[in-house]
Design a protein around this ligand. Structure first.
Ligand code: MRU
Length: 347
């Protein structure tokens, strides 16, 4: 992703590896400050995923893939390291997919971690190429949470088609849901769009229905943390209500995700484990308490949107309806960019 630091434009990924250190952009402090954090061992990686220094399903997967390479470089038991890394967060399928992918090639863990992360970048780019076809000139697109380059090493999932539309001169406009409680939209998506010079406005989470009803949203694109066999999917809390509002108002609603996010072992959304996070995330904003300290809070981090609300799934292999997702079964493990390309043509 292109970023502007002190007047200098650089190209940077959300996560990368300089053996034996995993480097990640600290997503907790953007847009106030830009900092890269060094992760030196499995315990630090567990903490970095859990406290959301790195977040967003494909970026979590990338960090986890490097985690196995790092554990090997440090002489750890790789199965044990995999168990610790997988226990950091429960919902994003990419975490489990990435650990298993590198463990399958443990004799060459560093090489396969790099292959995995390069393939995530290429898959994200292809999501952009495929999704760009849905976006006409000057369209207004709603997105929820951050499914941009920060969340997907580079390009993004939901933001990748928007980036491509912007690069191809279509001048898209983005409604950015602020995304309480952690404000990934207001902080991270808005920051990425500023870096890319893409027109946008941040809106309060409860403004989307009003805008849809007034005809101010042409389409919605969101990311996903886990998509089940029937197309139900988990994404940041608040996604479900946006999908229902979209259907009610005749707005097309797309989900963008690479195959690492698909879990064909789960039949429908009821089977997705949903992370519940701390009460403070709801009761505080930037460390300042906003609710009475006596009040309790409840903080489910994800919700599940049933497949009937989804117009299409934008993947690296093309755009699918829920009834066609079975064609993707068994894919997602191709380890070279050439293989992804040939599979894409084959569907
Ligand atoms: O809790 P987070 O910030 O990790 O949740 C992230 C999301 O819900 C994203 O929309 C999802 O991971 C898709 S990221 C490309």
């Amino acid at each position: 992703m292109k970023i502007n630091l002190d007047g200098r434009v650089s190209n940077i990924k959300a996560v990368w590896y300089e053996e034996p250190v995993i480097k990640m952009i600290d997503q907790r402090i953007l847009p106030d400050a830009f900092k890269v954090v060094d992760i030196k061992n499995t315990k630090e990686l567990f903490d970095g995923i859990r406290n959301m220094t790195v977040r967003g399903a494909p970026s979590i997967g990338a960090a986890a893939a490097y985690g196995i390479a790092q554990a090997k470089a440090l002489g750890m038991d790789l199965e044990e390291a995999g168990k610790i890394i997988k226990s950091a967060r429960p919902t994003a399928n990419d975490l489990f997919f990435a650990v298993d992918f590198v463990l399958e090639h443990k004799e060459d863990a560093k090489k396969y971690a790099e292959i995995y992360v390069d393939s995530i970048v290429e898959r994200s780019r292809l999501i952009g190429v495929n999704g760009n076809e849905l976006i006409g000139k000057n369209k207004k697109i709603l997105t929820h949470c951050n499914a941009g380059a920060l969340a997907s090493v580079d390009y993004g999932t939901a933001l990748s088609p928007i980036r491509m539309a912007s690069e191809s001169g279509k001048d898209p406009f983005v409604w950015v849901d602020e995304t309480r409680p952690r404000l990934q939209g207001a902080k991270l998506t808005a920051w990425e769009l500023v870096q890319e010079g893409i027109r946008h406005k941040v809106i309060a989470d409860n403004a989307a229905g009003f805008l849809m009803e007034r005809g101010e949203v042409d389409l919605a694109i969101v990311g996903a943390d886990r998509i089940t066999e029937n197309g139900d999917f988990a994404n940041k809390i608040g996604t479900y209500e946006k999908a229902v509002l979209a259907k009610e108002n005749g707005v097309s609603f797309y989900v963008a995700a690479p195959l690492s996010t698909f879990d064909f072992d789960i039949k429908n959304g009821r089977g997705i484990p949903i992370e519940v996070r701390g009460e403070d995330e709801v009761k505080e904003v930037k460390g300042v308490q906003i609710s009475p300290k006596e009040s309790m809070a409840y903080n489910p981090a994800f919700d599940v949107t049933p497949n009937r609300y989804v117009t299409g799934y934008i993947t690296e292999y093309g755009i699918f309806k829920s009834s066609d997702l079975h064609k993707l079964k068994g894919k997602g493990k191709e380890s070279t960019i050439e293989q992804i390309g040939s599979v894409q043509k084959g569907i």
